[in-house]
Each structure stands twice: as C-alpha cells, then as structure tokens.
Design a protein around this ligand. Structure first.
Ligand SMILES: Nc1nc2c(ncn2[C@@H]2O[C@H](COP(=O)(O)OP(=O)(O)OP(=O)(O)O)[C@@H](O)[C@H]2O)c(=O)[nH]1
Ligand SMILES: [Mg+2]
Length: 321
C-alpha cells in the first residue's frame, strides 16, 4: 500500500508527500517501512529551525524569506509544529492565512503538525517529517515552532541551525533568557524593529551572548528586522545559506548527523527490546503482582525491577533453545 506513495514521493509529487506525512503523524505501522525506504534517498539538506514566543512574527518573516528564496529559484518546505495544539485543522488554516502569498506556489510546501494531545514523540515525528522533505529534494527545509518551553527546544534538535525570533514585547527578552533560548540560537532575530524597545532588545541579546561566549563556537548573529516591510530580511536570507555552508565546511553538519543516526539506532534497538519483553503475557502478570507488593510494602520498585529482569534472561535462554 505504501509503495505507490513512495513512488510518488520519489517523482516529486506533493500529494504523495502529504499522504506519507499523515501516515508518520498517525504512527501508522508502515512508518518504519517509509523511513527505511527514504533513508538512502536523503540529500543532506540543511534544516533551519525558527522558534520564539507566540506572535513575534515568525510566519510573517518566513513568508518573506520564502519569497526571496523563490526569486532565486529555490524550492522551500516548512513544517509548522504547534506543540500546544491537539488539532491540526486550526493550525493549517492559520498558516494558510499567514503565509498566504506563498501557500499555493508550486515550489513551496507548508505542512502543520500538532501534538494531538500527546507531546511524547512530537520531536521524533518532526525529525521524520524532515527526513521525508529531504528525500523529496527541497532546497530548504524550515521548521517553525511556537513557544519557549522544553518541547520546542527538543523540536529544534531536528534542525542544523536555530533562528530564535524575539520582539520588543512585554517580557520577551527575559522569557528567552529564562527558557534557555539563548543557548540554542545560532541567529537571533529581533523582529518588529519598527516598535519601541527594539534597539534595547538587540543590546540585551548582544550583552547576554557576550557573557556566554564560548570562543570555540561560531559567534551567533543578531539581526533586526521588520517582517511586514521586509527590512533586514535580505541580511537574514543571506545569513542562512552562509551558515549552512560553514557548517558543512567545518564538518559540524556531519557530526550532527552522526548524533542523530546514533540516537535513531539506539531508539530502534531499545524499542525492539522493550517491545519483545512485554509481548509475553506472564510478565504482565508478574508486574501486576509486583505493583501490589510494592504498594503493600513487601518489596521496593528496585526489587521489582530485579524480579522482572530475571525473567528477561529466561526469555533469552528460551529463544536460544
Ligand atoms: N509592527 C509589526 N508587526 C509585525 C511584524 N512582523 C509581524 N507582525 C505582525 O505580528 C502578528 C503576528 O505575526 P505572525 O507572523 O503570525 O507571528 P508568529 O510568531 O508566526 O505567531 P505564532 O505562529 O502564532 O506564534 C501579525 O499581525 C503580523 O502582521 C513587524 O515586523 N512589525
Ligand atoms: Mg506562526
């Protein structure tokens, strides 16, 4: 069933791509097969994360960036992840409106993802969706995510470059400092540069970065923009490919890839071990008993763990026979 969709993806058909993303998003059992098939087709495209508090102008900025990249003949994809929303419908509508000038462009693909009520796995799924976009062959892959929490920081793990967008709005600077955004940003954008306080925010960011400056790392850039009038957007549009280029030249791009691949292999091994462990129903019966025993004070969770892990070696021996 998945084969015709993969054929479509490889022939750069966006309908096929969208359907494959839905399967990944829904944790469909064919997800493994999809990732397995697309891995050899990936082109090592730079993935650019764009994050920041709600309403700072991330989508408006992205729309302007996309328009510039399209003028240069580049194809662009965007995954918009809203971890706080369990519904994709509303998000899709919102992004269609916010990026309306580029939504219907043949060389642009915009897809919204929501957490569907469970935050677990959203970062992994974002990564898999980026793998699909990479295999499809877009020149640029952007990930926009809303908010400043740990989940957004985890989602940014799927990108090579992180653009942190802030605006001179109440508490934005302080919020960013607190939430760890200063640690993850490669490029800081102070958008809404037409508003009071923009220059002060630029200074605050520069000052904070100076304090943190690790001489072995590339110094983060700070760019002031007015997304609505395109002011500063050219600087940003030029900064992104330059950054990608330097990541590849210094080899950091491939170190990042190594980390991802290592994590992916470990995740698959762990999933298999855990899955096969609990397949045997007698272990669930033992678990039920252990839970009761812990609650009644007969054993501690550590003793329960030992009892259950002894059963694991029994399974291994059984299969070896
Ligand atoms: N004054 C001013 N308004 C801007 C600027 N950039 C964006 N806006 C406005 O700010 C509002 C929010 O912009 P979005 O692009 O939707 O912001 P966002 O960060 O993507 O929002 P979420 O995805 O909801 O977090 C819109 O009304 C934009 O028109 C700017 O540079 N200056
Ligand atoms: Mg947005």
């Amino acid at each position: 069933m998945v084969e015709p969709l993969l054929e479509k993806l490889f022939s750069r058909d966006k309908v096929g791509l969208a359907k494959l993303i839905t399967l990944i998003e829904n944790d469909d059992p064919v997800s493994d097969e999809i990732i397995h098939r697309i891995y050899p087709e990936m082109k090592n495209t730079c993935r650019i994360g764009v994050t920041g508090p709600p309403g700072v102008g991330k989508s408006t900025l992205l729309e302007k960036i996309i328009m510039e990249l399209r003028k240069k003949g580049k194809t662009v994809s965007v995954v918009v992840v809203d971890p706080s929303s369990p519904f994709t419908g509303g998000a899709i509508l919102g992004d269609r409106i916010r990026m309306s000038k580029v939504y219907l462009d043949e060389g642009v693909f915009i897809r919204s993802m929501a957490s569907r009520g469970s935050l677990g796995g959203i970062a992994d799924k974002t990564k898999s969706v980026c793998d699909l976009l990479d295999a499809f062959g877009f020149d640029y892959i952007f990930i926009e995510t809303v908010g400043v929490g740990q989940v957004e920081i985890d989602i940014m793990d799927a990108s090579h470059i992180t653009v942190v967008v802030l605006a001179p709005e109440s508490g934005n600077g302080i919020q960013a400092l607190k939430a760890g955004l200063m640690e993850i940003g490669d490029i800081f954008v102070v958008n809404k540069g037409d508003r009071d306080g923009a220059d002060q925010l630029v200074s605050l960011i520069r000052y904070t970065l100076e304090l943190k400056q690790d001489k072995s790392q590339q110094e983060p850039m700070v760019i002031k923009t007015v997304a609505t009038t395109r002011e500063g957007v050219d600087e940003l549009v030029n900064a992104v490919p330059n950054f990608c280029k330097s990541l590849k030249e210094t080899g950091k791009f491939y170190v990042q890839k190594e980390t991802w691949v290592r994590k992916e292999i470990s995740r698959l091994v762990e999933r298999e071990i855990v899955g096969s462990y609990w397949k045997d129903n007698t272990k669930r019966v033992i678990l039920d008993k252990c839970v009761k025993d812990v609650i009644n004070g007969k054993i501690t969770p550590f003793e329960a763990q030992k009892i259950l892990l002894e059963k694991m070696s029994e399974t291994t021996e059984d299969t070896e026979k």
